[in-house]
Design a binder for this molecule. Structure first.
Ligand code: MLC
Ligand code: AMP
Length: 511
């Protein structure tokens, strides 16, 4: 079953009655209803457009567009046509995009019409032959061209090891790495989750996450598609409108920030949540406080699971019984996925002991795009992937993530690598050095904070520093606070003691 094109497996799960509604938009204004037949025809036309371009097999199709049902169809069409999908966060700025295009060498770029000027310039410079546009209102050249194509298309044959998508994840040092995920990686994980989370006939998913990362693109979309389930589709998360639609849904997936914001919504009541079957959280640690507040307020126990771009989902709390879901833990390894905890020397640790989390299984990616050395660094000699997360198992096999060995901040479910932000800060005239840290934040979980040392004689202004970064890097990486200091604390080896800075600033955003 895990053999072959992922699109074909998703298509096989469409309901027999293709005229049922598959996706309903819910952003205010008149809703749009997309039937399963619309998905079938729309993805065929887009796949035919890609086929008409006569691209080499498994070309990369890089996409930076606002969330829309057509953007989801584009993803499915890329799979259907046998090419490789490369989604890009809409927050990324030109300098960040230039790197991805240079590294991935896509054959096609799809961007929003308002980015076409700069995007086409840098794409053509990198010899990308085709740049299309797509906006949230079904406008742009992509759909104009697809409208001229036939609506029948035979999915291209693909093996389970063939690449389906490349997801860029930042590196602890240096540049982002493209995690290569195969059709088999994605399908095996989707099938396991369908079973493990007990997807049922009649389930309805509220889809309110972005579709350029694992959570919204794979876990949520594949889950609904593979179950032939209707989606209520929000192009952006708004707690008020999402809470208003809960009575019509059965499954919701969110990063912890979404749960925190929903708890601030008076319409989130036990009655509103009565038809709901499952609330799933992941991408960042869910505070125990949010877990228990949610239980008290809605009567539902959030199911927390753990995953990453390189491995899709690794562990999950059980769907049934709800009482087996343990707050503060990420649950048990998924069926077919092996997870172990080892110490720095690679020795296995007993339950209760804290060490590096490693994983093996059909979900684990094929390596980093054109970076064999980096790939080798991230695997043990016996070929387990080192997640960079630190955790412990308890006696019942539940995993708790207690920290990260990678210097990573997760803010509202987005990853920020301090080294990357420090690099941009250090390039600003007058900056001698900088230390970027994550501190607790009531809404985003963690917030990015920068501590900066000016060059002798230079005068720096916090607001100008922030303004200088905006437009150069994605907004979620821009520090929420900046401190200018005469020097950074260092240990005897000369290493910056970020733990002291974290301690000093830990109360900034939690009051
Ligand atoms: C927006 N901002 C953020 C931010 N999102 N800053 C830090 N962290 C974030 N996550 C910026 C905005 O640009 C704005 O800046 C200011 O913060 C306030 O924005 P907002 O209006 O409050 O943000 P909003 O647009 O509502 O977005 C918040 C959010 C969004 C939580 C809805 O960040 C989001 O959708 N997060 C989900 C991310 C996700 O899907 N992760 C899954 C990764 S997959 P300014 O300067 O304009 O004021 C993965 C694997 C796995 O990790 O296990 O799933
Ligand atoms: P990404 O590279 O964007 O896929 O982010 C993956 C990282 O998110 C993991 O390595 C973890 O550090 C973190 N993560 C995902 N889910 C959880 C969770 N439930 N609890 C704690 N951390 C998580």
């Amino acid at each position: 079953m895990t053999k072959g094109n992922l699109f074909a497996a998703l298509r096989a799960a469409f309901p027999a009655d293709l005229d049922q509604v598959a996706i309903e938009t819910a952003d205010g204004g008149a809703p749009l209803y997309y039937t399963w037949r619309d998905l079938e025809r729309g993805t065929a036309m887009l796949a035919n457009l890609l086929a008409s371009l006569k691209l080499p097999p498994m070309s990369r199709i890089a996409v930076q567009v606002e969330k829309s049902v057509e953007a989801l169809m584009l993803y499915l069409a890329v799979l259907r046509a046998g090419h490789v999908y490369l989604p890009l966060n809409t927050a990324y700025q030109a300098a960040e995009i230039e790197y991805f295009i240079g590294n991935a060498e896509p054959a096609v770029v799809v961007c929003s019409p308002r980015s076409f000027g700069w995007m086409s310039k840098l794409a053509f410079k990198r010899r990308v032959r085709h740049v299309f546009t797509l906006d949230e209102q079904r406008g742009g050249t992509l759909l104009e061209r697809a409208a001229q194509q036939g609506d029948q298309h035979q999915p291209v044959r693909r093996g389970s090891d063939d690449l389906a998508a490349i997801l860029y994840t930042s590196g602890t040092t240096g540049r982002s790495k493209g995690a290569m995920l195969s059709h088999g990686n994605l399908l095996s994980n989707a099938l396991v989750l369908k079973d493990y989370w007990g997807w049922k006939p009649g389930d309805v998913l509220i889809h309110a996450l972005p579709i350029f990362h694992v959570h919204g693109l794979f876990v949520a979309s594949h889950g609904a598609l593979l179950n032939g389930s209707r989606m209520i589709w929000f192009s952006r998360f708004d707690p008020r409108t999402v809470a208003a639609r809960l009575p019509e849904a059965t499954v919701f997936m969110g990063v912890p920030t979404l749960y925190v914001r929903l708890l601030g919504e008076p319409a989130l009541t036990r009655e509103a949540c009565a038809p709901m079957r499952l609330f799933i959280s992941g991408s960042a640690p869910l505070l125990l406080e949010t877990f228990t507040d949610w239980q008290a307020r809605t009567g539902h126990t959030i199911l927390e699971r753990y995953g990453m771009s390189e491995t899709v989902m690794l562990t999950s709390n059980p769907e049934t019984p709800a009482s087996a879901r343990r707050g503060g833990t990420v649950g048990l390894p998924l069926p077919g996925v092996s997870v172990r905890v080892r110490d720095d020397k690679g020795l296995p640790l007993a339950n209760g002991e804290i060490g590096g989390v490693e994983v093996k299984g059909p979900n684990v990616f094929k390596g980093y795009w054109r970076m064999p050395e980096k790939t080798a660094d991230e695997f043990t000699t016996d070929l387990w992937f080192k997640t960079g997360d630190v955790g412990r198992f308890d006696a019942d096999g539940y995993l708790t993530i207690v920290g990260r060995s990678k210097d990573l901040i997760i803010s509202g479910g987005y990853n920020v690598y301090p080294a990357e932000v420090e690099g941009y800060l250090n390039d600003i005239p007058g900056v001698d050095e900088s230390a970027v840290i994550g501190v607790p934040h009531a809404d985003f979980g963690e917030a990015v904070v920068a501590v900066i040392v000016p060059k002798p004689g230079a005068s720096l202004d916090e607001r100008e520093l922030v303004a200088g970064l905006k437009g150069r890097i994605a907004n979620f990486k821009v520090p929420k606070a900046v401190f200018i200091v005469p020097g950074l604390p260092r240990n005897a080896m000369g290493k910056v003691q970020k733990n002291l800075l974290r301690e000093q600033h830990k109360g900034l955003f939690t009051a």
